[in-house]
Design a protein around this ligand. Structure first.
Ligand SMILES: [Zn+2]
Length: 272
């Protein structure tokens, strides 16, 4: 059974939609990831997690070609970053999702690999639901927010809060599990956010226990000299393999959960 959308003949795409398979769309970005990781880190992590998850359940899902560029204007002080204007990005992803909906896919899951894509992708998914007047379900998720990834974080990580943010223990471990030859661990650093607890971030842990869940995203170069926000020195290939397995498991669970979600009709009170 083919699971890669790109390799399907057009009538196979129709069949996949008729079978109510879930369309899984990876979205990432190219940007600096410290002195030890390539600029394609978010792309590699996100596309690999999606590809491996969908490959395990080809009867239930379809892997849509990824959206590789994302929203990273606050990273432009570091060479390598490519950023798309927020409104162009939202419309672009929404157009991809609406194209899938037009071809009959009723459930679409946007899987994100870059922190600052979170808000725009939430909107792109919601706008798709509105455009299709509630007749389809389009959801979005960050791969580090998948239930099993978060669970794995509690037991596998060695860094304290803040250690699994940008290019830190989580992302570096995952890259080591996927393409170790491209990681230079001799340059890995532990650099943390200078912000107070309510504004600190940690991909796996979410909110700091001493703070509120507020959002403040200053220019990246004002917060870190290396580009790292986290503890890359604690990363290992072994941890990466465990994180990867957990994320794949979490994504499969979420795909199935979306598949089991009923599309309930609108009850517009103006029409009664
Ligand atoms: Zn990243």
């Amino acid at each position: 059974m083919k699971y890669r959308y790109a390799e399907m003949i057009w009538n196979e795409v129709k069949e996949a939609a008729d079978q109510d398979r879930i369309a899984v769309l990876p979205v990432a970005t190219y940007e600096d990831h410290g002195p030890h990781l390539p600029v394609d880190t978010d792309v590699v992590l996100c596309t690999e997690i999606c590809q491996r998850a969908v490959a395990k359940i080809p009867l239930e899902a379809v892997l849509i070609p990824p959206v590789l560029h994302g929203y990273s204007p606050h990273h432009m002080d570091f060479h390598g970053t490519i950023t798309i204007s927020w409104d162009t990005f939202i419309r672009y992803v929404k157009d991809v999702c609406c194209s899938l909906a037009y071809h009959g896919f009723k459930r679409i899951l946007v899987v994100n690999g870059h922190g600052s894509n979170t808000s725009p992708l939430d909107l792109a998914a919601r706008l798709t639901n509105i455009e299709y007047e509630g007749k389809i379900l389009c959801a979005s998720v960050n791969h580090w927010d998948l239930r099993q990834a978060k669970e794995a974080g509690k037991t596998i990580r060695d860094s304290s809060y803040g250690g699994t943010s940008h290019a830190g223990e989580y992302e570096t471990s995952l890259y080591l599990a996927l393409k170790p030859e491209l990681v230079d661990m001799s340059k890995a650093v532990d650099e943390r956010s200078p912000l107070p607890p309510s504004f600190k971030t940690d991909l796996l842990a979410g909110t700091h226990s001493e703070g509120s869940s507020a959002r403040l995203i200053p220019y990246w170069s004002s917060q870190t000299a290396s580009g790292v926000m986290g503890d890359a020195t604690k990363a290992s290939k072994e941890k990466g393999e465990k994180f990867l397995g957990a994320a794949i498991e979490g994504l499969i669970e979420l795909i199935r959960e979306l598949g089991a979600t009923e599309i309930l009709p609108r009850r517009n009170q103006h029409c009664s």
